[in-house]
Design a protein around this ligand. Structure first.
Ligand SMILES: Cc1ncc(COP(=O)(O)O)c(C=O)c1O
Length: 426
């Protein structure tokens, strides 16, 4: 019997992995294009989990990977290497200057777990403040801080922090920071009931939540709260960083420097790289051999990150993201904002969300749009608190004409689904 790739995967795969309706069997990628195993081409407006900041298989990253694979692949954390030094120098060259100590990690979840552990080393009994709609990764050590309880339900993991609403300009209804900050101050007060706070962990713009942009005073007020209480401010730039928001780091839009910043996704140019970048006073308390993992400093991964960071700098991708993102947002707002069922079109940098409203109907429309786009050879991302958002986070290197064409298709698919009989997309 000639089994399909999907059937072969399912024959052995345990349960728990993502299983979308009509998954594309990926074979190849180049720039902003993906190709399936039958040679069909798709324009990638999703960055495949918002990873492809420098584009898929950027030639400079591919060259670095090939060269490094020839020289040295596996290099344990007990052995320093030139590539590891280059990685630290490259990360330091794009990080806020106050954040001058770095620990590597392999996944974003690992970086966030480690950042929380650094904060808890200072205040072992301290609470962690997190926010509704947050996403910090799915490993058992961090999923307890996720805003979506369903991410931990089948794992039997409890909520691991104190949740506050994330104020937003969009759908959540908590439009001002005032209530959130007042509640935080009250929780931290003598009768607040939670005692000392070790850390406040926050996305500067929520990614999985659906490009949720907070009011401009939110992060500065969290910064002030942490300064007053001695809690560490951990900003997760795993999705929002590397130029995605139109600046290298989204927290720069709010003029806030965290105590610890976690980075991942685009930083590895397509390879498994993440890191914790922090202030020296918090990043230098662990004894040697407190932190390790077999593949923590894999030199092929780190060489890819060094190459990707150079691409971000040389091609000024943050500025490109700002420029192309502003055009994309304007166009999508012009054509979609006033349609029935479209609650909001919002964005920052080349990171735009079409929000169909926080309801099961909104989620149904978003899902139809994603399927309709896929049928037309366009891959966009899903997201939102209820799955009601269609998100674009394309490679920041995408050709302007390709982006334009992709947006035109997106506009016509959304229009068709909202305004025309829906059977053909069902
Ligand atoms: C903001 C944010 N933090 C953390 C993570 C987790 O990263 P990883 O999937 O590499 O563990 C993600 C992944 O989507 C993310 O968007």
């Amino acid at each position: 019997m000639n089994m399909s790739v999907l059937e072969r995967c399912r024959a052995f795969e345990a349960s728990g992995m993502r299983s979308p309706l009509n998954p594309i069997v990926l074979e190849r990628a180049q720039g902003a294009y993906l190709f399936d195993n039958e040679g069909r081409r798709y324009l990638d407006l999703s960055g495949l989990f918002a990873v492809a900041s420098v584009g898929h298989n950027h030639p400079a990253v591919v060259d670095a990977v090939i060269q490094q694979a020839r020289d040295l692949m596996h290099c344990p954390s007990a052995n320093p290497s030139r590539v590891r030094a280059e990685f630290y120098e490259a990360v330091a060259s794009i990080a806020p200057k106050e954040l001058n100590r770095i620990l590597p990690a392999i996944t974003g979840a690992m970086a966030n777990e480690t950042a929380i552990r650094i904060a808890k080393t200072r205040r072992p009994q301290g609470e962690v403040i997190t926010f509704s709609g947050s996403y910090f990764g799915r490993s058992p050590g961090i999923v307890g801080l996720a805003g979506k309880a369903n991410y931990r339900e089948s794992l039997g993991i409890q909520a691991a922090g104190q949740f506050l609403p994330y104020p937003a300009t969009g759908e959540t209804g908590f439009r001002s920071s005032n209530n959130v900050i007042e509640t935080l101050n009250s929780l931290a007060g003598p009768a607040g009931g939670i005692g000392e706070i070790a850390a406040v962990i926050v996305e500067p713009v929520q990614g999985n939540g659906g490009v949720v942009i907070p009011p401009s005073d939110f992060l500065p007020r969290l910064r002030a709260f942490c300064d007053q209480t001695g809690a560490l401010l951990i900003i997760d730039e795993i999705q929002s960083g590397c130029g995605r928001s139109g600046k290298m780091w989204a927290s720069q839009h709010f003029n806030v420097v965290p105590d610890l910043m976690t980075i991942g996704k685009g930083i590895g140019g397509g390879m498994a790289v993440a890191a914790i970048v922090g202030k020296s006073e918090y990043m230098t308390s662990w004894r040697p051999d407190s932190y390790s993992s077999t593949f923590l400093t894999n030199n092929v991964n780190l060489a890819a990150a060094v190459a990707a960071i150079r691409v971000m700098q040389n091609e000024d991708l943050a500025a490109r993201s700002e420029r192309l993102g502003a055009k994309a947002l304007k166009k999508l707002q012009q054509h979609l904002q006033n349609l029935p069922s479209v609650e909001e079109v919002r964005g920052i940098g080349l990171w735009v969300a079409i929000d169909f409203g926080l309801s099961s109907e909104g989620a149904r429309i978003a899902s139809l749009v994603l399927q309709g786009l896929q049928q037309k050879g366009i891959i966009a991302g899903g997201g939102g608190y209820a799955g009601q958002v269609v998100k674009i986070a394309p490679p920041l290197t995408i050709e302007e004409a390709d982006l334009e064409e992709g947006l035109d298709t997106m506009i016509s698919v959304v229009r068709d689904i909202i305004c025309a009989p829906q059977q053909e997309y069902a």
